[in-house]
Design a protein around this ligand. Structure first.
Ligand SMILES: *Cc1c(COP(=O)(O)O)cnc(C)c1O
Length: 305
């Protein structure tokens, strides 16, 4: 299990981890209508701690809540301040921050608009999400038998708790079949994303990723695109078929948890030469330089603690 931060922020107070309690009748626990964020913070080259793209994550948290009709009862400045205070208090050099907005105890029926909305912020230590081997050598993926939900069945621009049932089914299936991660197709059969990461391929020097239409607008996806663009790569956001992935020169996944994770195999087929590709390695290293404040032009993405 991961090491949890000793304090959490819950509904306006910083309290010890073990004192943070939730009601058994919290609505979200039963029906999944809640939203969340995942943010990472890093140790910089000069020994500080910096939160990566915090303002963008907070903005998406409020957007997610708005999409599903939850009203966060705190101004974003308070949530931002609480996040920084918590990171300071929990004193990990590097870690992961989870914001959770959930519908609390009240009526138990589906229509529970009057139930109070609770907000929790917690931290934990998180290493390589798809394992160190996946990060170093590349992950092995299978195309899931579970389809990514239709854009009118789930809300693809929001990180909604209950939507993760779809991801969990896909991920567990992949692991049970001996793979590291699931690649999910949309209802029309085009590549969507992995269970919790956006997907990219490199073919003949061009970076390709599915358009935002049916996938979560990943902040890491956006960062990688900015970094790649600055380095002179052509990026195409277009629909991809699974066989285009089979014949890609390189493939990688990206997300806050997974950072940049190369893919070496999909459905039993080697991707590229089965090793971490040159472009993937370049973007991964550049991304780590950015989060460690090694590159001046990206320092605006970092909030120093
Ligand atoms: C969070 C998430 C991602 C990655 O987004 P980041 O902002 O890069 O962390 C990708 N896909 C899904 C489904 C997600 O929930």
């Amino acid at each position: 299990m991961q090491e949890n931060g000793s304090s959490v922020w819950l509904n306006g107070s910083l309290i010890p981890w073990h004192e943070a309690k939730v009601s058994l009748h919290a609505h979200t626990l039963h029906y999944g209508l809640g939203v969340f964020e995942g943010v990472r913070y890093y140790k910089t080259v000069d020994g500080h701690t910096a939160v990566f793209r915090l303002a963008d994550h907070i903005k998406r948290l409020y957007a997610s809540a708005h999409i599903v009709g939850l009203n966060i009862p705190y101004p974003s400045t308070e949530i931002t301040g609480a996040t920084l205070e918590l990171v300071r208090r929990n004193a990990f050099e590097e870690g992961y921050i989870r914001h959770l907005v959930f519908l609390d105890e009240g009526v138990m029926g589906i229509y529970a608009e009057q139930n109070p909305v609770s907000v929790a912020i917690s931290t934990w230590k998180w290493g390589a999400y798809l394992g160190q081997e996946g990060k170093d050598l590349g992950a092995r993926l299978m195309t899931s038998t579970f389809v990514r939900q239709h854009v009118n069945a789930s809300m693809t621009k929001a990180k909604v708790c209950g939507q993760y049932v779809n991801s969990v089914l896909a991920k567990w299936e992949a692991i049970k079949h001996g793979f590291d991660e699931a690649l999910m197709l949309d209802v029309e059969g085009f590549v969507a994303e992995a269970s919790g990461e956006n997907a990219f391929i490199v073919r003949e020097g061009v970076l390709k990723t599915p358009p935002l239409m049916g996938v979560l607008p990943g902040i890491t996806r956006d960062s990688i695109m900015a970094i790649a663009k600055e380095a002179g790569f052509t990026i195409k956001e277009e629909r991809l078929t699974r066989d285009e992935l089979y014949i890609a020169d390189e493939m990688f996944l990206c997300g806050t948890a997974a950072e940049v994770t190369p893919v070496r195999e999909l459905d039993g087929r080697r991707v590229g030469n089965g090793e971490v590709g040159k472009v993937t390695r370049f973007l991964s290293e550049r991304f780590h330089d950015v989060v460690q404040a090694k590159i001046e032009r990206y320092k605006g993405w970092l909030t120093l603690i």
